[in-house]
Design a protein around this ligand. Structure first.
Ligand code: FAD
Length: 481
């Protein structure tokens, strides 16, 4: 699979497509190219010594540990779709239904997340009314959303501003913000509503409110059979199977995969591009799909288009880290009768969430053992990650002692750091992405894909890689016509 480019490769310009970045976006692009550009040679260049980017599954001593992403949304078509195409369709598992429960930390205590949330929106008022998470006033304010008039006007607003306006500050800060932060690690008051949850904006416009919108969507989803068994899915052997299976499919389809091959620049040459490698070698291509984080794309496209590069470099990123502990079951006093808990920003601590993979998924730990996953880092609190690994282990350890009553040191611990790992779709993001896409259209044979543009979730990344590949296919077809 790992064929390094040794020596100077002046590859023929005849329909050679280079994909830069071997995360899920680049892998999905290369996979789609096998179909839509079947006559072309495809080379995938990855800086790291492994494929997968933010997807990495560690198998150690009977534990299955996810270092980054752990699953994908079942309701978005391209996660399930790609798995079916590469033979993983019957090999997907959902979260364990028995304990499909989660908590929210509030004033230092764990409270049940009310049932009936659809996306970020409560659709049933009884669980909200019974919840210990909100005050009576906060609950009344949620109910008021039913009769609140819709706002007119086209301009974007922040997710936090929108949610406070529709459901009240308390519901935002104590209930919705921590769920949002679990996806974006973001400051919701800076996130673009249009870029992150456009369906909520549409719900207000079309149905008059977010609760009415969620209620209207429910029967549609049920009738279409789209209401999935489990909201999240992952291959039985962990999300890393998506990467290893794709790599095998690509290699057997004839794609050349080069790992440990950082790209430093992409320059224009007659008929295509020259891709410059850190090794000093060059690769010629008719078409290039850049599927790296936006800041890396900005660096490599520097010589091509200053305006494009300015917009790419302006996409902000947040760093996070995941600490995973293995404990013996009898070392934890909490019953772990849920999938974990999220921590609102308003609680003020460095921890974003704590999940219990051995309770959320089957087959993650040997009998009698538990895995605990602690998420650290969020927008505006980057200094929480400045310490060395030992200090982050200590931070995570304090969290599990305080909340879960662990009585012993973990038998196993590991940390996965994600520096600038999460793109932030801040206010102005849709306009910035529109400018980027307009600029890229001016460079024939150049395409972008990845989590920086139209969605950070795995299915969105797959869709972006596939869209870039389709555009490559269309370009090749036009040239051949
Ligand atoms: C901690 C964490 C947890 C997450 N959990 C989930 C989850 O449970 N479900 C979900 O749907 N999403 C989740 N996400 C989001 C999702 O995992 C990512 O958005 C997605 O995997 C990004 O894929 P990508 O291919 O666009 O980018 P990346 O995964 O970042 O891949 C980009 C690749 O480009 C390579 N690269 C960079 N520069 C160069 C260069 N100069 N030359 C060559 N190669 C280069 C990188 O090494 C990398 O392999 C999570 C993200 C993080 C950080």
């Amino acid at each position: 699979m790992d064929r390094n480019l040794n020596g100077h490769h002046d590859l023929s310009l005849n329909d050679h497509v280079v994909v830069i970045g071997g995360g899920i976006s680049g892998l999905a692009a290369a996979h789609r190219l096998l179909r839509v550009a079947s006559g072309a040679r495809v080379t995938l260049l990855e800086a790291d010594n492994r494929l997968g980017g933010k997807i990495v599954t560690h198998n150690v001593d009977g534990f299955l540990i996810e270092g980054g992403a752990d699953s994908f949304l079942a309701s978005k078509p391209r996660g399930v779709g790609l798995c079916a195409e590469i033979g993983l369709g019957d090999h997907l598992q959902g979260v364990t239904p028995r304990r499909r429960r989660a908590f929210v930390l509030s004033h230092g205590h764990l409270h049940d997340l009310p049932e009936g949330l659809s996306g970020l929106v409560p659709t049933r008022l009884m669980p909200i009314a019974r919840s210990s998470l909100l005050s009576p006033l906060g609950k009344a304010r949620v109910a008021l959303e039913f009769v609140l008039p819709r706002r007119h006007g086209e301009e974007d607003e922040s997710l936090g501003g929108f949610m406070r306006r529709r459901l009240g500050s308390e519901a935002w800060e104590r209930l919705i913000e921590p769920l949002m932060a679990g996806i974006y690690a973001a400051d919701g008051d800076a996130l673009s509503l249009a870029a992150t949850f456009p369906q909520l904006r549409d719900a207000e416009r079309v149905h008059g409110g977010v609760i009415k919108g969620a209620l209207a969507a429910r029967p549609r989803a049920q009738a279409s059979g789209m209401a999935p068994r489990s909201p999240f899915l992952t291959p039985i052997g962990g999300i890393g199977e998506l990467v290893t299976t794709l790599a095998i499919t690509l290699t057997s389809g004839g794609v050349t995969i080069c790992m440990g091959t950082p790209v430093t620049a992409v320059d224009v040459v007659p008929g295509g591009y020259v891709v410059r490698l850190a090794s000093g070698n060059t690769v010629l291509a008719n078409a290039v799909v850049v599927a790296t984080p936006a800041f890396a794309a900005a660096q490599m496209l520097d010589a091509i288009d200053g305006g494009l590069v300015t917009d790419l470099a302006a996409i902000a990123y947040v760093s996070t880290a995941i600490v995973t502990f293995a404990f013996r079951r009898d070392q934890i006093s909490h019953p772990l009768d849920a999938h974990g808990y999220v921590v609102p920003r308003i609680e003020g601590g460095p921890i974003l969430a704590c999940t219990w993979p051995s309770r959320k998924w089957a087959g993650r730990a040997p009998e009698g053992w538990e895995l605990i996953r602690v998420f650290i880092g969020r927008s505006g609190r980057e200094s929480d990650l400045a310490g060395d690994d030992e200090s982050l282990f200590a931070l995570a350890r304090r969290e599990v002692v305080d909340r879960l009553g662990t009585t012993a040191s973990p038998t196993r611990q590991r940390i996965d750091r994600w520096p600038r790992g999460m793109p932030q779709y801040l206010l102005g993001h849709p306009e910035r992405v529109a400018r980027i896409e307009l600029a890229v259209r001016g460079h024939r044979g150049l395409f972008l894909a990845g989590s920086a543009y139209h969605g950070v979730g795995i299915p969105d990344c797959i869709a972006s890689g596939e869209a870039a590949a389709d555009a490559v296919g269309a370009t090749i077809a036009m040239r051949g016509a």
